[in-house]
Design a binder for this molecule. Structure first.
Ligand SMILES: [Zn+2]
Length: 307
């Protein structure tokens, strides 16, 4: 079975302003590269439109109304110091959410084995009531609720290997024992949360803080405790908040992964998913701001997903 690549071109119209690190080129280099390699193991799909009620599981209704009103007719609107929306963001933000739901449907219907969503804006900093850190809707959180509500699953795990802590995802699921949220991240660092003692009300959050300068083997060793926690939890589905900004060349953080480490990491997650949840994995792009590092790292990530 193949790997689904879920993407569409509406991300091009999510304009964050000149010089912003979360820019359209990030997704363009990835898509161009994946098209160029012409792998027969990939199936390309566009995100479908979806019932907006799924946004309401992850976000407060007033917040959603405010966001709907925030998309400007012209120019840019700042939701916070670094979270910016433009006219085209309305469609791009919906398609980012739609991509993970389309990916989940495809995996559940066995149209493909697993999937990667090449989309922007990212989502893991968006809290129940707050846009933050380039994120508007929490894509992965809506995906997890979709699995719980549409497919009646009772155990979903989210592994967030973006270099920043996914404060938004943690906020949304802190009290929800059906979702295990696991994050490895540089700490102390933006956004400030993610200490090891933040464990969720039902011990359903596992934070692995890593100091600035952490090297490949230290990062990968840290995943041993993540994998034991996952085995204990026995998820029925694994979602990946796939940020590639722990790469040594990334300008936004100071963790020193090599591109090929994303192959090793993904392979280890795949092995576990085979054991635990019939290989059901959907991965969605979060951060990653050096274009070449991002392209190489995602190439390795997808190589492993499609093996
Ligand atoms: Zn990040």
């Amino acid at each position: 079975m193949k790997t689904g690549i879920i993407t569409t071109d509406t991300y091009l119209n999510h304009n964050t302003g000149q010089g912003h690190p979360e820019r359209a080129d990030r997704v363009t280099v990835v898509i161009n590269h994946l098209k160029k390699i012409k792998s027969k193991k990939l199936i390309w799909k566009k995100p479908k439109k979806f019932d907006l009620k799924y946004l309401e599981y992850a976000h407060d209704k007033n917040y959603l109304n405010n966001i709907t009103d925030s998309f400007p007719k012209h120019g840019l609107n700042f939701l916070d110091g670094d979270t910016i929306v433009s006219p085209g963001s309305k469609e791009a933000t919906k398609d980012a959410v739609g991509s993970i739901l389309t990916a989940i449907d495809g995996v559940m219907k066995k149209d493909f084995r697993n999937a990667f969503c090449a989309v922007r804006p990212p989502g893991h900093h968006a809290e129940k009531k707050k846009a933050m850190g380039f994120c508007v809707y929490n894509n992965v959180a809506v995906g997890a609720y979709y699995l719980l509500e549409k497919y009646n699953l009772s155990k979903v795990a989210i592994i967030d290997f973006d270099v920043h802590h996914g404060n938004g995802t943690q906020d949304i699921f802190y009290n929800n024992e059906k979702v295990l949220y696991i994050s490895s991240h540089q700490y102390p660092y933006y956004p400030g949360s993610g200490a090891a003692n933040e464990k969720g009300i039902k011990d359903n959050v596992l934070n692995i803080p890593l100091i600035s300068g952490t090297k490949s083997h230290e990062f990968l060793n840290a995943y041993d405790s993540i994998f034991s926690k996952l085995k204990e939890f026995k998820p029925e589905f694994i979602l990946l908040s796939a940020g590639f900004d722990a790469h040594k060349d990334d300008p936004l953080a100071q963790i020193n992964l090599e591109s090929k480490d994303y192959y090793i990491l993904t392979q280890r997650i795949m092995k576990l998913a085979k054991e635990l949840c019939d290989e059901k994995i959907v991965s969605i792009l979060e951060g990653g701001y050096d274009l070449n590092a991002l392209k190489e790292s995602i190439d390795y990530h997808i190589k492993s997903l499609s093996e």
